[in-house]
Unconditional design. Sequence first.
Length: 573
Amino acid sequence: MRTIGIDLGTTFSLVASIEEGRPRVLADQGERLLPSVVGFSSQGELLVGAPARNQYVLEPEATVKSIKRKMGTEERVTLQGREFRPQEISAYILRELKQRAERALGEPVERAVITVPAYFTDAARQATRDAGEIAGFEAARIINEPTAAALAYGLDREDDQKVAVYDLGGGTFDVSIVELSQGVVEVRASHGNTQLGGDDFDQLLVDHLAEKFRAQHGIDLREDRRARARLTRAAEQAKIALSDAPYTRVTDEYIARKILVPLHLDVEVSRTEFENLIRPLVRSTLESVDRALQDAGLRPKELSKVLLVGGSTRIPLVRQMLAAHLGSEPSAEVHPDEAVALGAAIQAAIIDGEPIEAILVDVAPHSLGIETVHLVLDHLLPDRFALLIPRNSTVPCSKADSFYTLTPEQDAVRIRVHQGDEPVNLTQPASRRVPVRGHFAGPTGAEPRDRRALRLRHQRHRPGLGARSPVRSQRRDRGHGVPGVAERRGKGAGDGESRWARPAAGPPGRRAAPAGRAAHDAPRGSGSERGRGRSPLPGRRPRASAPRWRHRAVSRPARRAGGPHLPTRAVTR
């Protein structure tokens, strides 16, 4: 059964497949791009794509667009009185693409390679995988969009090149430094912003037009949902027009009413005005380019080519600023709208065993570490970030480090895995929480008051392989040497399999064990298990509500000094 490639975009989505050894986008009635818009008509009919986009102007409250920017969050959207998670809305788009592929290929499709922004978090990647499953897909692989574009560009190229993939789409921005060498596509570094794209350019133009209209008529069009939706559509059309002309006129009749008098929008906008609005945002993308080059250890003049991907790269200012910054003219050899989908189709064909000579080597775009407590001058500093795997590490990779418990009698920890580079965990998202319980023995001859050692190992596999994610804590009771295992199994979190383990008790390292919160406050589940009535620990029967742990991981002296209020996480000297 054939595997297809899908570019699940913020504003448009595409599906592609390999035909006669070459990737091609699958069209439906001549339309290659599917608007990433979902809505319900007044009769309750589901609308996906162009019908939903057309309805957005008249019924914005019954239509959702740019849902990709909410992937991986707990935010809900309401349509027809029902709440939907972002992955459920994305699933409607994926299902439409699935049906389009089945009509074009004339056979059932059940597997897909789905692309995501390189700077997506683990939570957003897992939400994308969930959306595929809801739509009826087996997500064979989740790959990064710039990587997919580089794969499409590097197909059948024999020469060695170092390429910067500049991907500026409707809602996200990524840049990846990629090395191409005899069929090997190796990502050296990535950086980006998942909340920057053409939608932000549209919003700046919307604000500009709204202010001019208010100065003329005393009415703010942004306060009315329909007027704002119409203004957004007009701004998007003006943005596109300004890519080819120095001026454009933005008109929309009967957009508002004042004392029963209809008011019309009629404003002329110059390219210079528009460029002055978006220049700070474009400049911020250049900072990401510099960061990626620095992480890759390259200078701009060492790049063979700068590859443009994404519809927003058609804006002349983007090309001009990028060319001036890097000293070379960027290229759009592969169609900016289709490059990502074509690369996904190539990866899908490789999975299917097609004779395509291409090897993909990717990196982890975010640093990974755990939440700890630092001990400085006998004071505890909570919510500190202990780095284990630096960003842009080639995957698969593995890293281990030693920690120790905060209190001598502590027998349970909750490991909080975080992504990011900030020293304080509160500023970056927790990708997963792992409860581990057991007797953490100290070294031979250790006093009872000594803290217990815990050795953690994190393994990251290639992105989106869908592997299971066991979390293990192996302990050895002192004097017995009998290992015990606490294990939780759940779906991989998009960036591949992760494993945390302490193989055996050993001398305390320079860091103390990540104790999480007090053991009795451990979550009832984590990751894919939460909300399914499964116990966070093995050996317990699944219940509708798993019991909380009763043991407090706080020593008796600590209780007398303030007890449960003392943070019981990890300590680093």
